[in-house]
Design a protein around this ligand. Structure first.
Ligand code: ADP
Ligand code: GN1
Ligand code: MG
Length: 355
């Protein structure tokens, strides 16, 4: 099926294989290879998560073309493969949407930083991404998931899932719910600052996991930011925070042994250096001060989302084992608790970099 779909894009020769690829939680990704050995990434876009895929694809086309104009190296920004009609995606008979990118060759996609240098490179990658899009006409972008990082709204969604509790799972997660509810006031802090105009809106990536930036396999330098589905107006603290959530953690997002899960202050500092440098001095003093809060709230919010999805029966995030989303939410709450212990140091580190 996917191999036929792949052949409908303007690829170089006949497609000979098309296999599942990568570790994303949202889309279905395939690696398509032609008889000459040329590789492409084919994706079935999750149309339950993204309710207006044509608008999402307009965003991605605009952003990738903008980036390509500023850097013609085809490995440094995503390239959509057109159809013969010139369209950049297709809809199949079942209503599913598909798109294709050039495969970024000789690249590494890491689920955990092997060295702090790798993590530093991801900070440069995401920071530069934000800087390059600083003058992009943000009003042209559709909000592909409305209120994506509106943490109070994520609390509302959790409450709805608690009220529905379709599988009777709520009784088993009281401790997690209590942890979340005890932090509800603070959870709204970034949104309040955004609404009050204390933090500037920027074009942000909004899903800055380490595995959403490719490194050059030879030099191990940041190469290409991928997974552009959630590029939307947002706060610098979102991109900083989501990177810390995933990449400064000492264990995987779904680790079951919570004793292994901490936030490494060394990795936090490494990332902060890279990100602030790559943003090119553009961050305001208020934005710099918002970065630790970004780390905490993106982690708390992600835990809230995993927990809500667990209650609803795992309808949003792909799971690979029972209780996967519950395990994921627990790692996030463990990280939040560890950040609270390290809170003063997290601020000091940013102040030191600023000075
Ligand atoms: P999801 O939204 O499901 O996370 P991604 O767009 O991040 O989907 O893609 C999933 C995986 O596919 C990535 O983690 C990466 O390993 C791989 N990938 C995606 N695009 C490319 C590309 N253009 N070149 C090489 N690998 C890619
Ligand atoms: C999803 O698409 P992927 O796997 O890079 C999710 C993020 C979460 C992340 C948690 C569109 O990211 O918001 O932080 O899982 N993406 C979407 O791992 O919801
Ligand atoms: Mg991804």
């Amino acid at each position: 099926m996917s191999i036929e779909i792949a052949g409908r894009f303007a690829v170089d020769g006949k497609i000979v294989s098309c296999e599942h690829y990568g570790n994303g939680h949202i889309n279905e990704t395939f690696l398509a290879v032609t008889e000459s050995g040329r590789q492409y990434i084919l994706q079935r876009v999750n149309r339950h998560v993204f309710q207006d895929v044509p608008a999402l694809m307009r965003n991605i086309r605009a952003v990738t073309e903008y980036l390509a104009q500023r850097d013609p190296d085809p490995r440094r920004s995503l390239r959509l493969i057109p159809m013969d009609t010139g369209a950049r995606f297709l809809q199949d008979n079942a209503g599913e949407y598909w798109r294709m990118y050039d495969y970024v060759t000789d690249s590494l996609c890491l689920d955990a930083a092997e060295t702090s240098a790798d993590f530093y490179q991801s900070a440069l990658g995401f920071g530069e991404f934000q800087r390059k899009l600083a003058d992009f006409p943000a009003s042209e972008l559709t909000e592909t998931i409305p209120r994506f990082h509106d943490t109070p709204n994520r609390y509302r969604q959790l409450r709805e899932s608690m009220e529905r509790d379709p599988l009777g799972r709520l009784a088993g997660v009281r401790a997690e719910v209590d942890f979340v509810l005890a932090r509800e006031e603070e959870a709204g802090a970034l949104m309040r600052m955004r609404v009050a105009g204390e933090l500037p809106l920027r074009v942000t990536h909004n899903d800055t996991k380490l595995n959403n930036v490719l490194l050059d396999a030879a030099t191990r330098q940041a190469l290409c930011v991928i997974d552009l589905d959630t590029v939307m107006p947002g706060l610098a603290a979102f991109d900083f925070g989501d990177s810390i959530r995933f990449g400064a953690a000492t264990a995987a997002e779904d680790e079951r042994d919570l004793d292994k899960m901490e936030m490494s202050l060394d990795l936090y500092e490494t990332f902060a250096h890279g990100f602030i440098t790559a943003c090119g001095g553009a961050l305001t003093p208020a934005e710099l001060r918002s970065l630790p809060l970004g780390a905490k709230l993106m982690t708390l919010e992600c835990g809230v989302r995993f927990l809500a999805d667990y209650l609803l029966g795992d309808v949003y995030f792909h799971i690979h084992r029972p209780d996967h989303n519950l395990d994921r939410s627990r790692t996030q709450f463990k990280l939040v608790a560890d950040m609270e212990r390290k809170w003063a140091r997290m601020y000091e580190i940013i102040e030191r970099i600023e000075a």
